[in-house]
Design a protein around this ligand. Structure first.
Ligand SMILES: [Zn+2]
Length: 194
């Protein structure tokens, strides 16, 4: 069974991508982390913990519209056998269903890990206002680390990004999850050897 999220290691999901992300995404008014951002990120973290509880890589997301929580979701890639079952992708779809519109103007997406190209693409398609994420993803991050989908001048919509909110907590959750997986794998291996 492969739970590796882009073959992540502890190093990858903690601070390795920080410089790139900071340079690309952080602005002066975002750096401090306002109380609402921290509060909503905690809801996303709850979702991430739910994912871990069913053996999924712990990534969670919520969508907030005009200060109201409209949807929440977590990664379900393994259980749904679906490459698109990322937390923020599902949260965006659910937000559209709840609000009855595809255009998610006025919405902010909170997600515990920097979105990939697919999810950043959907954020662009949905015309969101802002994305707030926790941990940087040096191997797939599309909102500052590898790509700047939110601020590409060739695209017809740009949106704000606030990176690194509750970063430690978000990356710690992933690190612990992978540490347990590695330990289990090692135990299996040892058990199988005579
Ligand atoms: Zn994604």
């Amino acid at each position: 069974m492969h739970y590796n999220w882009h073959m992540k290691t502890d190093k990858d999901i903690s601070t390795a991508g920080r410089t790139a992300g900071q340079t690309a995404g952080r602005t002066a008014d975002q750096a401090a982390g306002n109380p609402d951002d921290i509060r909503f990120m905690q809801f996303a973290l709850e979702q991430a913990k739910l994912a871990a509880s069913i053996g999924e890589v712990p990534i969670g997301a919520v969508v907030v519209c005009d200060g109201m929580l409209v949807s929440s979701a977590h990664n379900r890639r393994e259980i749904d056998a679906d490459p698109a079952a990322h937390a923020e992708f599902a949260a965006l779809q659910q937000a559209s269903r709840t609000l009855g519109r595809w255009r998610l103007t006025g919405c902010t997406v909170y997600v515990t890990l920097e979105p990939c190209l697919m999810c950043a693409g959907l954020m662009h398609q949905a015309r969101i206002d802002r994305c707030v994420f926790g941990a940087f993803d040096p191997k797939a991050g599309a909102l500052g680390t590898l790509y700047q989908v939110n601020s590409d001048p060739r695209l017809n919509h740009s949106f704000a990004v606030t990176p690194g909110i509750c970063e430690q907590e978000c990356s710690q959750l992933l690190s612990s999850f992978f540490a347990v997986l590695r330990a289990n794998k090692a135990n299996e291996k040892n058990g199988a050897t005579p």
